[in-house]
Design a protein around this ligand. Sequence first.
Ligand SMILES: C[S@@+](CC[C@H](N)C(=O)[O-])C[C@H]1O[C@@H](n2cnc3c(N)ncnc32)[C@H](O)[C@@H]1O
Length: 338
Amino acid sequence: MAVEQLNSRPMAEVKRFGSSGSEQIPEWAWRVLASPGGGPLRYRDGLFWAAGQPIGRIEQGIIRFNISSGDPSTEYYRSIGGAHFHERSAVAYAMTSLDTPVYHHYLRQFATENHDILVVDVGGGDGRNALPWLRWGFMRVVMVDSTAAALYRFRARVFAENPEWLQRLVLIECDARMLPLAHDVADRVLAIESLYYLNEDYEKGLAQCHRVMRPRARLFLSDRSYEGALLARLLYHGGVGAMLETARSQEMWDGEDRTRVRTRFFLRQELHELVAAQGFQIVETGGISALSLLLSFLSKSGRLGLQSDAYLPAVHQLLIDLGNTGCCSRCHVVIAAK
Ligand SMILES: C[S@@+](CC[C@H](N)C(=O)[O-])C[C@H]1O[C@@H](n2cnc3c(N)ncnc32)[C@H](O)[C@@H]1O
């Protein structure tokens, strides 16, 4: 059963000439791709073309659209080789090890029974939130990110562990401000801790999510809260002085010294208003507890108390529960319908 038939909407189709490299991506990808921003796209002899210009290529199974240089968040992630959540997940009390089960719990509820839907993970990093969709049997998962290095690592891992999943996965290097997907194709879109890197262009990223979504499709959004930003600066990026600087300037800086990158954060109401302004209807809200920040900080200095590893399952459950009931979140979670 093809989802597009259910909705009787014509899907985009890339005009293809020649096949060089095109066999490296699943056939269904050609029906959802478009030029960055949603316009017509051509594929000729190994290159993508739009408006007569070469704009991308397929390289070792990854679709790579040219991204203009100079954007600080893109440059930052490229300078560190992309997100490294997979490596960090080996550390029991690393923030990703604590937050990932919370995200997967949310996503299980956010998923549909129909596995033919198109799932798009925007700024998916090294794949921690795309992976469960493949594990659950979803047939069409697109993950986009501006750092190819992380996409290559994710692809290599999937190839090593479950090579047949590559038929259900499409990886695209691109800018979240200009998604290279057709209008109205996605049924579930996730943008988890990625759009806040766009700063003043945050709304552009949200608008792109809205554009690629089918009517009544759903968006799962997680973005940094104001208190999450204050806590992160206090504990990780400069202490009390840095925390007060963020409160005063309303600017958040991640990373250290020369590799710092500015990011955005939100009051809950402010984020809800931004989401509504893009035409979304908010259907559910929650959060990612700030406790994960504190726990990972204490873990680094060996102050978690005795036998902390034995408590991990209980800690995971507590963090899942606090997602719904807690009031100090490091990220706001919003589920919204188009
Ligand atoms: C904190 S990581 C989150 C990764 C993933 N969503 C997760 O939860 O594991 C932020 C991600 O946003 C990506 N990113 C930053 N700016 C971007 C942009 N302009 N377009 C696409 N992705 C971007 C980074 O490369 C990075 O992988």
